[in-house]
Design a protein around this ligand. Structure first.
Ligand code: PHE
Ligand code: NA
Length: 452
């Protein structure tokens, strides 16, 4: 490898910088907002088990593949796939995989930003003492008031898109490294504190049982698809986010170890969030399956009733917003990198275009919680539809293609060169990425379609 073998957008300063950025991408609303509510909607333990299996057998091997493709291609996902298809002498249409990811990133960011907007507004609610002494009913009303207001939702959504674009404009390595370095450990500590509070509710064991005693009668093929889709979503896989970050990774850094670390951190954060939330749900007679508002209807009760709750509440929501930001920038980076490479744009111009487009779509998502709540397609609101389309369909399809490309299209010698794994580990990875992961995705799709 020579010095010229570098991305034009820059490079991470070290392996640790990459780990921070990729963990920043992975850990986000998916862990703290989405994982608990979909676990609640899908009956708990069995769902969690399927999700964990998907992370292990599908997510980790595909993450290794995605980082590896990015580092070998060294460009935006679309151009990376073009270059790698050429190198492997396979059909140039593989570059559509890059496009799929760019589109998925747009679609995800449009609703991600609306939810992140909820978190911003909760920073203020926490700051002005809104949770203090409140009971479950008051906290639920507070949430209902927020989501029923199109003006508020659009306002906070706009702020979040603006913040995302302001960071992306600077390039991904700058301030981000520092922010994530502080963010992750603090978020972790607050989650532990919340778990401590959950232990005092008298429903701790009930929460643990809900999350960890699998009852397979609770899940059907749709729940399995949701669990699998979430494994992709939470690990930022299947759309080029990790690929584009991989393209900024210096050569000679162990990809496999790095992937294990990122997936481990992501999983721990999600499980902690669930362990903190479900005891509060049961202690207050709330519904585990009450949907996307779950964390906003439960955690404020804890902050309103624990010692130091004001401080922890403010800190928690601030950190949640930062965790969302470190993910949102990776959702839009593939598009921005492509605009810079192919449309000859400056970074700031690319940000205006990419941000403007997502903003418009996000406004529609914001309305889908209130004035457009009865606009449905396939029985789903705009928000539900975008969520299903991206997390359950586009990311698994993207991940499937990444696995097939890495396992079957690329020369094995090239993959081996890039990964620098010991022989046994490499063989295990090949097995997972060539057979297990694609087959699992395929079978889950067939089941949902009712074919098997
Ligand atoms: N992994 C992020 C989260 O859990 C969401 C995300 C998905 C980010 C896909 C980038 C790409 O919140
Ligand atoms: Na995540």
């Amino acid at each position: 490898m020579t010095d010229t073998n570098k991305s034009i957008h820059g490079e991470w300063s070290s392996r640790f910088a990459f780990i921070l950025a990729a963990t920043g991408s992975a850990v986000g609303l998916g862990n703290i907002w989405k994982f608990p509510y979909i676990t609640g909607e899908n009956g708990g333990g069995a769902f969690v088990l399927v999700y964990l299996l998907c992370v292990l057998a599908i997510g980790i091997p595909i993450m290794i593949a995605e980082i590896m493709l990015g580092r070998r291609g060294r460009q935006s996902p679309i151009n990376t796939m073009t270059a790698l298809a050429e190198e492997a002498q396979v059909d140039p249409r593989w570059h559509y995989l890059g496009w799929l990811g760019v589109v998925a990133g747009f679609l995800i960011l449009s609703y991600y930003s609306v939810i992140a907007g909820w978190a911003i507004s909760y920073v203020l609610k926490a700051f002005f003492g809104g949770f203090s002494g409140a009971d479950a009913g008051e906290i639920s009303d507070m949430f209902a008031n927020l989501v029923s207001s199109p003006v508020q939702l659009v306002f906070w959504h706009s702020l979040f898109i603006f913040a995302t674009m302001a960071i992306v404009r600077q390039g991904v390595s700058g301030g981000l490294e520092k922010a994530v370095r502080f963010l992750m450990p603090t978020l972790f500590i607050i989650l532990i504190l919340l778990v401590g509070y959950a232990m005092t509710t008298g429903f701790y064991q009930r929460g643990l049982d809900f999350m960890f005693s699998p009852d397979f009668s609770q899940i059907d093929s749709d729940a399995i698809l949701t669990a699998m889709g979430h494994a992709f979503f939470t690990l930022s896989l299947g759309m080029g986010a990790i690929m584009v970050y991989g393209s900024y990774l210096p050569s000679h850094i162990s990809i496999a170890k790095t992937a294990l670390y990122i997936a481990g951190a992501d999983t721990v954060v999600a499980l902690l969030a669930g362990i903190a939330i479900f005891p509060i749900v049961f202690a207050n007679g709330l519904e585990p399956g009450s949907g996307p508002g779950l964390i906003f209807q439960t955690l404020p009760i804890a902050f309103g009733n624990m010692t130091g709750g004001w401080l922890f509440g403010v800190l928690f929501f601030v950190l949640l917003v930062f965790a969302a930001l470190s993910s949102s920038i990776s959702l839009i980076e593939p598009a921005v990198a492509w605009l810079v490479e192919n449309k000859n744009m400056e970074r700031y111009q690319a940000c205006v275009w990419a941000g403007g487009l997502t903003w418009v779509l996000g406004v529609a998502v914001a309305f889908s919680f209130n004035i457009w709540s009865d606009v449905t397609l396939f029985d789903k609101s705009i928000f539900d539809l975008l969520d299903y389309l991206t997390a359950n369909l586009m990311l698994p399809i993207g991940g499937f293609c990444i696995a097939v490309f890495a396992g079957w299209m690329m020369k094995q010698q090239h993959a081996k060169e890039e990964l620098e794994m010991a022989d046994g580990q490499f063989t295990l990875w090949r097995l997972l990425v060539s057979y297990v992961a694609p087959a699992a995705v395929f079978v889950v799709f067939l089941r949902v379609l009712g074919v098997v």
